[in-house]
Ligand binder design. Sequence first.
Ligand SMILES: Cc1cc2nc3c(=O)[nH]c(=O)nc-3n(C[C@H](O)[C@H](O)[C@H](O)COP(=O)(O)OP(=O)(O)OC[C@H]3O[C@@H](n4cnc5c(N)ncnc54)[C@H](O)[C@@H]3O)c2cc1C
Length: 490
Amino acid sequence: MPREDASTTTRGSGPAGGDQGHGRTVAIVGGGISGLAVAEAIERLGAADGIPIRTIVLEREAAPGGKIKTQRVDGFVVETGPHGFLDKEPVVFELIDRLGLTSALVTADASSARRYIVRGGCLRALPSSPPKFLVSGVLPAHQRFRVLLEPWVRQRAADATDDESVFDFASRRIGRGAAEVLVDAMVTGIFGGDPKALSLRSAFPRMMELEATYGSLIRAQISITKARRRAGGTKAGVNPAMGGGLNSFRMGLGTLTDALAARTHVRVGFDAAEIQVPFCVRGQGTEVRADAVVLATPADVMSGLLEPIAPDVAEIIKEIPYAPVSVVVHAFRRADLPSTVVLDGFGFLIPHHEGREILGTIWASTVFPDHAPEGMVMLRTMVGGARRPELMALDDAEMLERVRAELVKIMRIPPDTKPVFERVLRWPVAIPQYTIGHASRVDAMDRLEARIPGLFATGNAFRGVAMIACIVDAQRVAERVVRHVAAKRT
Ligand SMILES: Cc1cc2nc3c(=O)[nH]c(=O)nc-3n(C[C@H](O)[C@H](O)[C@H](O)COP(=O)(O)OP(=O)(O)OC[C@H]3O[C@@H](n4cnc5c(N)ncnc54)[C@H](O)[C@@H]3O)c2cc1C
């Protein structure tokens, strides 16, 4: 079996060369944002500590990026996976800066601040302030009143093993009615998931923290807003060049993964099938030897790779379910849509009990006007999720027809409007679901690091599905990898 190393598998622009004289090699399995970010961080942190570490990212597909792939079609910037990232994590902007991409950033247009929800088949704007919420029709009066009682709801005495579902938490704090509408839609938007199945502790740890610290989510919001105002209005750690909110790049999110891949050794078309300890990663007819390995694949693949070396952990990791999601893109000429078609916001989400065939639609060209040519409108509709996986079986023609039918009903797009283009992008293993018990699965994976020194794991399967959470986790894992490599040298 031919042995390959970074010198023969370089795609990016990093230094070439074999093991000899170049310090240590770390193999990373999976070239999504997690794998690429961990590679960048390992090489950088190693160099800062005077430890030359060469990384090699092994990616199964023909191109790196994982869920982040941007298609550029006739002036449209079409995101196949994520749409943007929030400016909550300074390390993300530091990375963007190091890559020289700060000037390529775009911030969501102010007109996308408004968000809609579907109630009774109709679009309703979500109120932007508590007084507006009080008079809005987004919930019946008694449910709105119940939400406002939240500060007086007693905190639940939770211990370290407590694993309340997102739905139970929300029902307890803001009432069942509001949970079924507002929280259901939020969970759909982030996880494509079922709030009754997801663990609050794992899926929304911040909510749990806020309840523990302030005793109430509303009180927490008021205190945080006041503190922010006192501190001068900007969020701590936010790039001062940014206006806040959601971000992307002028040419789409692929800008970030492309730039990371360009400065990393990436071996595409490498379908990792086996890991030998201490470390050799085998693909078809080829292998890569390394001093440490970082797994950055979806959990099902990770489980398969761990099976021969840690069958107990492989079994546990296999329990992390994934929701399938299809992204259905429609582009129209604005002039072909009547003025009654509203596009003045981010888009809309649909609570599950509305019984629709779509999860929601992002008005992509309103959010990032640079992503569509002048006079064009681009919509991205999500289909499937944890509660409608069967819709993934629809062929493209049927899926396009069903989505069009929903857009006609919900957005009042005339049925005979011809799209400029439409396409279906499928992710059968799209978004991991942090279901009840998830924390114990993450613990099992963490304990494996002590059992098999030199084997690490990162990726969206564990500590956050947002791309910024993947970058933050990659950074933390990289620190541990560099410590491991440094310890091996002494
Ligand atoms: C439709 C959709 C919309 C989303 N919207 C947003 C959003 O707006 N904002 C946001 O922040 N996040 C969003 N997310 C989530 C975010 O995109 C992902 O959580 C993140 O990109 C995952 O990155 P990752 O590197 O951990 O995993 P992945 O991107 O899944 O990468 C894993 C990589 O491993 C590779 N691989 C698998 N098996 C092997 C093998 N055997 N050998 C070698 N390589 C292998 C895969 O090919 C892949 O490239 C969205 C996700 C989806 C699907």
